[in-house]
Design a protein around this ligand. Sequence first.
Ligand code: NAD
Length: 465
Amino acid sequence: MSLPPHQHPLDAPTEHQVLNPATEEVVATVPAASAADVDAAVARAAAAQRAWAAAAPADRARLLRRFATVVDEHREELARLEVTEAGHTVGNARWEAGNVRDLLDFAAGGVERLSGRQIPVPGGLDVTYLEPLGVVGVIAPWNFPMPIAAWGAAPALAAGNAVLLKPAETTPLTALRLAELALAAGLPEHLFQVLPGAGPVAGTALVEHPDVAKIVFTGSTKVGKQIMAACARHVKRVTLELGGKSPNIVFADADVEAAAAAAPMSFLDNTGQDCCARTRILVQRSVYDRFMELLEPAVKEVAVGDPADEATQMGPLISRVQLDRVRSYVTDDLETIRGSAPDGPGFWFPPTVVTGVDPAAPVAAEEVFGPVAVVLPFEDEADAVRLANATEYGLSGSIWTRDVGRALRLSRAVAAGNLSVNSHSSVRYWTPFGGFKQSGLGRELGPDALTAFTETKNVFISTEA
Ligand code: NAD
């Protein structure tokens, strides 16, 4: 990708170094887009979008399917890039590249099905159209760079929009490669552009640009609130996928062995840098001791190390900033169970379980975004619901019980967008995903994924004239 000449504020970086978080080696240097670069990209995207929206639906669908095929052909390369720039385990990274392929296929299947309605009215015909929005800005975080880029980009493109993707400063490489693969697949030039750059420069330029119709933001609640306020000035459409502090509720009537066996990877996957991580393990007091006996060896057995090794279950944190942040939560006075982590270069932190803390303590209440969970006892169902909901977040959660009635009651009572019973699954590209409360606004994925990138237009045609 070539970027036009840069004009940066004096203090903004003109390029970003990409580090391998497992070794701290510099693996690439990427130019940072300025506000002027964003302006030029928006103008190019707007022109490309008009032609794209006018193309036959079957042609758009075919091109998106071809894009999916090209991604599939480069799955291993994309996965290795994700291992290198984000420290993801290679197994996870392969899944992530496959998720991009699947999203593109799924979205392609919606192009010819994106139909409006015919509504009975007197004196004429009333129809609705689902019009594309125009140019959509996708601002992605570093924790799942590839899937989150595709969750926004694939349905937006399928619904007839152009997409400008701003990846996180630390993880631009897979996004840049996806833009090249889109062109190789035959997508029109400028329809899907990647603008690596600083959040406050390139991100802000996208948010403030009058010709960007919608922002899809995934990241911290703090930045999400700023973006929502900025979008309000333009009445710009916005989807927010923000933080989480999700509960994993284990009742005495559950299969406690299965719950304890599944608990470690529910907060250690992606080194805990997962907005859905089940970082508050709530255990009914009558089985608390048994659960802890089972949890301790399970946490210590997790294989932490080189993310490129097929046997590794957990890699490093993304950066030194994130490592310092995680360390600041796990103070020496806390009771902990700890697994192992490599010494030497790389941003390593061991799997950690904290016990004996107050639910209001920072480690129990705030999003740590690292391999750290707390275990808190509860008395009964009402107490479990109270504790589960005692948070500003509401993204995910798990409920472990063999009582069907209780599972149904809890799945209604817990205020979160994505719940699972006797499992920790929460993300499938064909089911809706998003948060309650300060975990977000709007939904991605699922049957309505494309509709979120359209505006409904109602047209009445008189038969009286
Ligand atoms: P972040 O908010 O710091 O950055 C996210 C993106 O926003 C980056 O691309 C960044 O460059 C950009 N940005 C930063 N400041 C900006 C500004 N002022 N204007 C425009 N763009 C700006 O978040 P992060 O640390 O990269 O990601 C981690 C966070 O993401 C966690 O809180 C996590 O829970 C959340 N997350 C949520 C979901 C979800 O679906 N709900 C999924 C993944 C991650």
